[in-house]
Design a protein around this ligand. Structure first.
Ligand SMILES: C[S@@+](CC[C@H](N)C(=O)[O-])C[C@H]1O[C@@H](n2cnc3c(N)ncnc32)[C@H](O)[C@@H]1O
Ligand SMILES: Nc1nc2[nH]cc(C(=O)O)c2c(=O)[nH]1
Ligand code: SF4
Ligand SMILES: [Mg+2]
Length: 208
């Protein structure tokens, strides 16, 4: 299949349990919960998105005809180093495009595959680190994974219910934008000890 990639770049993972890890970010174009157009934001299923995922015009973006061609670019951005190869597949919603062929092509080059997904689509087999970030009012079908990252506060989501899902790591991440979200996230972590605070470290230090 043809892959539509918004952008692809080398940085440090800024969120969640793997914060600080060198990683190639592969950002797919498109999402099933928002068109990405500002005019549609207020009526979208997900309304707080901090990301431009529209089109293929970002750095190293484009249409890729094969999984091998895309994996070649990821490898080129990582460079020669052989140890700890890590790609973070995100978007937009990566589960719209991440298929078995791309999982195999990235694994063949020695990459661990981390994914950031909204959980409304079942995860592709073979992912090495699955982060699910639920959005209020959506039907989350993927209720197991490595890390659950709750952007907070969100009306209509009950952290106690999420504790019943199958995730060993629970993260609460302040919603970038509304005032008071850092304080609300600290309160959640103080009241419910299974939850740990995830700050968007890349924004703090000025990385992409
Ligand atoms: C842009 S999304 C792409 C992946 C996938 N569509 C998802 O929502 O999980 C990447 C991560 O950023 C989080 N995020 C999006 N907007 C945010 C905001 N305003 N503040 C904090 N985190 C945000 C998402 O919840 C998700 O964990
Ligand atoms: N550095 C960095 N870390 C991230 N972790 C998750 C991100 C995302 O947009 O999915 C992201 C991102 O955009 N940049
Ligand atoms: S689901 Fe993810 S990519 Fe889609 S609009 Fe929400 S935060 Fe953005
Ligand atoms: Mg981001």
């Amino acid at each position: 299949m043809t892959y539509a990639v918004k952008e692809c770049f080398l940085t440090l993972q800024g969120e969640g349990v793997q914060t600080g890890s060198r990683a190639v970010f592969l950002r797919f174009a498109g999402c099933n919960l928002w068109s990405g157009r500002e005019a549609d934001r207020a009526s979208a299923q997900c309304r707080f998105c901090d990301t431009d995922f529209v089109g293929t015009n970002g750095v190293n973006g484009g249409k890729f005809a094969t999984a091998d061609a895309l994996a070649d670019q990821v490898e080129a951005l990582w460079g020669e180093k052989l140890d700890r190869r890590l790609v973070v597949v995100t978007g937009g919603e990566p589960m719209l495009q991440l298929d078995a062929a791309l999982v195999d092509a990235l694994h063949a080059k020695g990459f661990r595959i981390a994914v950031e997904s909204n959980g409304t689509l079942p995860a592709t087999a073979g992912i090495d680190w699955l982060c699910i970030s639920p959005k209020a009012g959506t039907d989350v079908v993927q209720r197991a994974g490595d890390e659950l990252k709750l952007v907070w506060p969100q009306e209509g989501i009950d952290p106690a219910e999420l504790e019943g899902w199958d995730f060993p790591n629970l993260l609460v991440q302040p919603m970038d934008g509304p005032a008071g979200s850092v304080e609300a996230s600290i309160s959640l972590a103080m009241e419910r000890p299974r939850w740990r605070l995830s700050l968007q470290a890349h924004k703090v230090v000025g990385l992409a």
